[in-house]
Design a binder for this molecule. Structure first.
Ligand code: DMJ
Length: 748
C-alpha cells in the first residue's frame, strides 16, 4: 500500500489510476480527490464518448482478486468494458499496445493513458486545466516513447530491409521475389497473414502510391504482430517459460522415438526372466476344474472378440460387431493390449502371439484424437509394460515408452497436475467439462505413478518419474480438509475444487497407488507409505460406517456431509486394506486385515441381494435398505472386477475358503446371465428376472475379472505378491528391488 501512495504522490491521478486498482488495492479507498474505479461511474462523468448501450457494466475490483480492471478507449466513442487489463489490452488495436508497458504492479502508462488521456474519461469532468505540470510532463514522455518505439520498429522488425527500400528509398516492391514468403515447416496459422501484403504488392506494379499504401499496411501488420508476440512473451510467468522449455525437450525425445529405427533412444536392457510364471496345475482336482473353466471363459471372450471385432477396441457381443469408446480416441486394439498378460499367464500362447503380431503391425499412437490420459495409461501403458515383463519381447517395451512420451504433454499445466484429456497429435489437453471448475480428477492424475516409474526404469529417462513425483509434491503442499483428499484439483491454481471425497469413482485408485508405490519400491518409498496410512486413517474416521445390520461400508463425503452410498468400484478397497495390513503399525495390522474382510463381506452381500447374484453399480445404506441399489440408474453391472479382486487378495492373505466359494458364485452368475453366444455382456438391471444386456464386452473383463478369477483358483506361487504388484487394471509390474534390479539398464 505504501508503494501505491508513493506512486500516487509522484505521478498524480492520470497515471495512478491503474495503481489504484492493482492487486491488493482496497476498493473504494480514496486517493487524493479521485474516488472512482476505472469503471462505469468514471466514464459516465466523462460527457464525451461514454458507454455504448451494449457495453456490459465494468466490474469493480473485488478484494484480493489480484486483477487490474481498466476502462480503455479502443475507438472513438467506444469503450472496452471492464475486463482484466490483459484481455482489454488484447482487444485494443492501437491503444491496446500501451498496456504492454504497464508496470508489474499493474498500473503504469497503459492505465494512465487509458484513464487519463484516451478518455478524457474521468479527467474530463475536471477540465484540461486540471492537468498539472508533472502530469503533462509524464504524458509527453509517454507519447514520445511511443513514437520512438514505432519509428524504431521500422528498423528492427524482420522485414525492415524491404521497408527501408520500399518506403524510404522508393524502390519497387513488385520486384521482390514472392517465393521467400512461403511459410516454413514451423509456420503458425497467423503467419499466413504475411502473404497478404505480398499479393497486394504484386497487384500494384508501376503504381507507386498504391505500393506505398500497401507497404504501410504491411508495416502496420508486422508491427502489430511483433508487439503481440512480445506482449505474449512478457506476460508469461517463469513457470510457463520453464514449461515451454520442457515441451521442447519432450519433442526432441519424441522425434528420436519416431525415427526409423524403433529402438533408437532406448537403452539396451538385460531382461531378467520373471518370477512365478510357471503355471503348475493345482493339486486339488475340483480346483483344477474350476480353473480350467475360467480358461474356457477367457477363450469364449477372446475368440468372439477376434471373430467380430478384431483390431477394434471392444466387442458388442449381442450385435456381434466392434465397440469404440471415446476414452481411447482412435487408438485401436484396447482388448488386445488389455488381454495380453491374461493370455500369457493362462498359457494361451498362440493367442498371445496373434496379439503380439497385431501390435507390431497395427498399434499406432499417432492419432489425431482426444484420449483419456488415465484410461490409456492403465490399459495401454500398463498392458504393454506387463507383457514386456512377462515375455521379454522388446516390442512391448518400445511401444510402452513411445506411448508414455505421447502422454507427456498432458503435464503442461501451471501446476504440473496433468489434464484428464489429451489430443495425441496436437498435445493439447483439457479437463472434463463437468469436473468442478475445470479440475483434474484425483483418481486419474493419481493413477499414473506405477506405470511412469516403470517407464523411467525401462527407458533410462527420468522424465516420467519426475512428472509423477511432482504430482506428489503438489499434493503434499496442500492443506487437506480433515486429512482427506478431495476428488478435484485445479491444475491451473493447484488448489482443490469441490470438497467431495470418495474411495469409489473419482478417488479410488489414487489410494491404491499410494500403497502400491510403497510396495513396488521394495518398501523404500516411505513418503508413499506415510501418505497411504494417513489417508486411510482419515477415511476410517470420516467415511467408514457400520449399518444397523452390521455391514461395514465406505460412504462418500461431501463437504462434511455423508452420502450413505457405496459404489461397486469402492469394493476394491477390501483387498487394498488387507494388502497394506502388513505395513501398518503392529497394533493395527490385524485391524486392517479385518477391515478388508468386512468390506469383502459387504460387497458379497451387495451381490447376494440381487436376483442375478451380480452386484449393482452402487448400493445404499439409507431409507431402510442395506447393500441394495435403490435408484434405477445404479442397478447395472458392467462385468466389473472390484469385488472379485478383493476376494483374490483375501484368499491369498487368509486362505479362508469362503473367498473361493464366493468367487465361484460369481462365475456361475456370469455364466448364467452375462454369457451370450457372441461373448459376455453387461446387464442393465441385476434385480430384474430377465437379462437386459448393455451389449458391451468391456476390455477389463479380460484384463481383470477373468485374471483375478484365474488367480483365485491357482496356487499362490503363480505371481507371488512378494514379487509383483497389479496396476489398477490388473496388469503386472515387478517390484523394483534395490539390491537386485529386475532389469539392468545398460548404457549403449
Ligand atoms: C478398470 O478400468 C480399473 O479397475 C479402474 O481402476 C476402475 N474401473 C475399471 C473396472 O471397473
Amino acid at each position: 500500500m505504501e508503494n501505491l501512495t508513493n506512486c500516487y504522490e509522484a505521478l498524480q491521478p492520470a497515471v495512478c489510476h491503474a495503481c489504484l486498482f492493482a492487486k491488493g488495492a482496497a476498493p473504494g479507498r480514496r486517493f487524493g480527490g479521485e474516488l472512482f474505479p476505472l469503471g462505469r461511474p468514471a466514464a459516465q462523468r466523462s460527457g464525451s464518448g461514454g458507454l455504448d448501450a451494449q457495453d456490459p457494466a465494468p466490474q469493480p475490483l473485488t478484494p484480493g482478486s489480484g486483477e487490474v480492471w481498466l476502462l480503455t478507449r479502443s475507438a472513438p466513442g467506444h469503450w472496452t468494458d471492464g475486463r482484466p487489463a490483459a484481455a482489454a489490452a488484447a482487444a485494443m488495436p492501437v491503444g491496446g499496445l500501451l498496456p504492454l508497458f504497464s508496470s508489474p504492479a499493474g498500473g503504469g502508462l497503459g492505465g494512465g493513458l487509458g484513464g487519463g488521456l484516451g478518455s478524457g474519461g474521468s479527467r474530463k469532468g475536471s477540465g484540461p486545466s486540471a492537468f498539472r505540470l508533472t502530469e503533462k510532463f509524464v504524458l509527453l514522455l509517454v507519447f514520445s516513447a511511443f513514437i520512438t518505439l514505432c519509428f524504431g520498429a521500422i528498423f528492427f522488425l524482420p522485414d525492415s530491409s524491404k521497408l527501408l527500400s520500399g518506403v524510404l528509398f522508393h524502390s519497387s516492391p513488385a520486384l521482390q521475389p514472392a517465393a521467400d514468403h512461403k511459410p516454413g515447416p514451423g509456420a503458425r496459422a497467423e503467419d499466413s497473414a504475411e502473404g497478404l501484403p505480398r499479393l497486394r504488392e504484386e497487384g500494384a506494379p508501376g503504381n507507386p502510391a498504391a505500393a506505398l499504401e500497401d507497404n504501410l499496411a504491411r508495416i502496420r501488420e508486422n508491427h502489430e504482430r511483433a508487439l503481440r508476440e512480445a506482449k505474449e512473451t512478457l506476460q508469461k510467468l517463469p513457470e510457463e517459460i520453464q514449461r515451454d522449455i520442457l515441451l521442447e525437450k519432450e519433442k526432441v525425445a519424441q522425434d528420436q522415438l519416431r525415427d526409423k529405427d524403433p529402438f533408437r533412444g532406448l537403452p539396451e536392457v538385460d531382461f531378467v526372466p520373471p518370477i512365478g510364471v510357471e503355471n503348475r496345475e493345482p493339486a486339488d482336482e475340483a480346483i483344477r476344474e474350476k480353473r480350467a473353466k475360467i480358461v474356457e471363459m477367457m477363450k469364449h471372450a477372446w475368440n468372439n472378440y477376434k471373430r467380430y471385432a478384431w483390431g477394434l477396441n471392444e466387442l458388442k457381443p449381442i450385435s456381434k460387431e466392434g465397440h469404440s469408446s471415446s476414452l481411447f480416441g482412435n487408438i485401436k486394439g484396447a482388448t488386445i493390449v488389455d488381454a495380453l498378460d491374461t493370455l500369457f499367464i493362462m498359457g494361451m500362447k498362440n493367442e498371445f502371439q496373434e496379439a503380439k503380431s497385431w501390435i507390431e503391425k497395427n498399434l499406432d499412437f499417432n492419432v489425431n484424437a482426444e484420449i483419456s490420459v488415465f484410461e490409456v495409461n492403465i490399459r495401454f501403458v500398463g498392458g504393454l509394460l506387463s507383457a514386456y515383463y512377462l515375455s521379454g519381447e522388446e516390442i512391448f517395451r518400445k511401444k510402452a515408452v513411445e506411448l508414455g512420451v505421447k502422454l507427456l504433454p498432458a503435464f503442461h499445466t501451471p501446476s504440473g497436475i496433468p489434464w484428464a484429456l489429451l489430443n495425441m497429435k496436437s498435445g493439447i489437453g483439457r479437463n472434463w467439462p463437468w469436473a468442478s471448475g475445470g479440475s483434474s480428477i484425483l483418481a486419474e492424475f493419481g493413477t499414473l505413478h506405477l506405470e511412469f516409474m516403470h517407464l523411467s526404469h525401462l527407458s533410462g529417462n527420468p522424465i516420467f518419474a519426475e512428472k509423477v513425483m511432482n504430482i506428489r509434491r503438489v499434493l503434499n503442499k496442500l492443506e487437506k480438509p480433515e486429512g482427506l483428499y478431495p476428488n478435484y484439483l485445479n491444475p491451473s491454481s493447484g488448489q482443490w475444487g469441490q470438497h467431495h471425497v470418495s474411495v469409489g469413482g473419482l478417488g479410488d485408485s489414487f489410494y491404491e497407488y499410494l500403497l502400491k508405490a510403497w510396495l513396488m519400491s521394495d518398501k523404500r518409498d516411505l513418503e508413499a507409505k506415510k501418505m497411504y496410512f494417513d489417508a486411510i486413517q482419515a477415511i476410517e474416521t470420516h467415511l467408514i460406517r457400520k449399518s444397523s445390520g452390521g455391514l461395514t461400508y465406505i460412504a462418500e463425503w461431501k463437504g462434511g456431509l455423508l452420502e450413505h452410498k457405496m459404489g461397486h468400484l469402492t469394493c476394491f478397497a477390501g483387498g487394498m486394506f488387507a494388502l497394506g495390513a502388513d505395513g501398518a503399525p503392529e497394533a493395527l495390522a490385524q485391524h486392517y486385515l479385518e477391515l478388508g474382510a468386512e468390506i469383502a463381506r459387504t460387497c458379497h452381500e451387495s451381490y447376494n441381494r440381487t436376483f442375478m447374484k451380480l452386484g449393482p453399480e452402487a448400493f445404499r445404506f439409507d431409507g431402510g435398505v442395506e447393500a441394495i441399489a435403490t435408484r434405477q440408474n445404479e442397478k447395472y453391472y458392467i462385468l466389473r472386477p472390484e469385488v472379485i479382486e478383493t476376494y483374490m487378495y483375501m484368499w491369498r492373505l487368509t486362505h479362508d475358503p469362503k473367498y473361493r466359494k464366493w468367487a465361484w458364485e460369481a462365475v456361475e452368475a456370469l455364466e448364467n446371465h452375462c454369457r451370450v453366444k457372441g461373448g459376455y455382456s453387461g446387464l442393465r438391471d441385476v434385480y430384474f428376472i430377465y437379462e437386459t444386456y448393455d451389449d458391451v464386452q468391456q476390455s477389463f473383463f479380460l484384463a481383470e475379472t477373468l485374471k483375478y478369477l484365474y488367480l483365485i483358483f491357482s496356487d499362490d506361487d503363480l505371481l507371488p505378491l512378494e514379487h509383483w504388484i497389479f496396476n489398477t487394471e490388473a496388469h503386472l509390474l515387478p517390484i523394483l528391488r534395490e539390491d537386485k534390479k529386475e532389469v539392468e539398464v545398460k548404457e549403449k
